[in-house]
Write a protein that binds this ligand. Structure first.
Ligand code: SAH
Length: 218
């Protein structure tokens, strides 16, 4: 899946993945996962997610990475904010207050970019990637994150023959395979996703398991 695919999705506003509310799992688990004061949160493949603003409102610096400049612009504009824009290596950095969005390819990040990150919010990021890329993504996450950092990881799982991704189905066995070396993995929720996501039933899914995992970097 190339980056142009995603730029085109934004160009054509095919962004059904975007949620008009703050992610409920992030809110529900917050008492358990809130990073220490002063620590930063990282939102990979962030789109224009409201979750960045929510995290900033909780008093944290937030770093997002997103390939689409349209998404980056919308993240600020739709909240009446005018970011400062600067070139930082391979990225265009959009910055306003505590929010810093690095517009570019996740795979170009360096550990320095995320040095004080203690929480990662992975909603529709890992599962947006095809299988071979997911392995590389998880390995990269292991390289980028400091010891102790926690990833809130939300996955979907469904019979693969019923829908072509993204989002792709990801099993607990795969999480173990790609993250198990560098992270302690805990499954914290296992829900029927179809109960509150009717559009996937319309797309032909007979089962959608939505899981929430907490991963901690060894
Ligand atoms: N997490 C967001 C967006 C999910 S869709 C949300 O919950 O709304 C996946 C997003 O990842 C898209 O916005 C796409 O443009 C972006 N993306 C895909 N591959 C990327 C990459 N390699 N680097 C940075 N962003 C990427």
């Amino acid at each position: 899946m190339d980056l142009q695919f995603w730029r085109d999705r934004w160009e054509n506003q095919e962004i059904a993945f975007h949620q008009e509310t703050v992610d409920p799992h992030l809110q529900a688990l917050w008492p358990q996962i809130a990073p220490p004061a002063g620590a930063a949160a990282f939102v990979p493949l962030c789109g224009k997610s409201l979750d960045l603003h929510w995290l900033a409102q909780r008093g944290h610096r937030v770093v997002g990475v997103e390939i689409s400049a349209l998404a980056a612009e919308a993240l600020f504009r739709e909240h009446g904010l005018q970011p400062e824009i600067a070139t930082r290596g391979a990225f265009q950095e959009f910055r306003h207050g505590p929010i810093r969005l690095l517009c570019g390819d996740f795979f170009d990040l360096a550990p320095n970019d995320l040095a004080d990150v203690r929480l990662v919010h992975d909603r529709a990021a890992l599962i947006a990637l095809p299988e071979a890329t997911r392995r590389t993504y998880a390995a990269k996450m292991g390289e980028l994150l400091p010891r102790g950092a926690v990833i809130l990881l939300i996955t979907y799982d469904y019979p693969p023959a019923e829908m072509a991704g993204p989002p792709y189905p990801v099993t607990p066995a795969e999480i173990e395979r790609i993250y198990g070396n560098a992270f302690a993995i805990k499954l914290v929720e296992d829900q029927d996703g179809l109960a509150h996501r009717p559009r996937y039933r319309e797309k032909g899914l007979t089962r959608l398991t939505e899981r929430v995992h907490l991963l901690q970097r060894h």
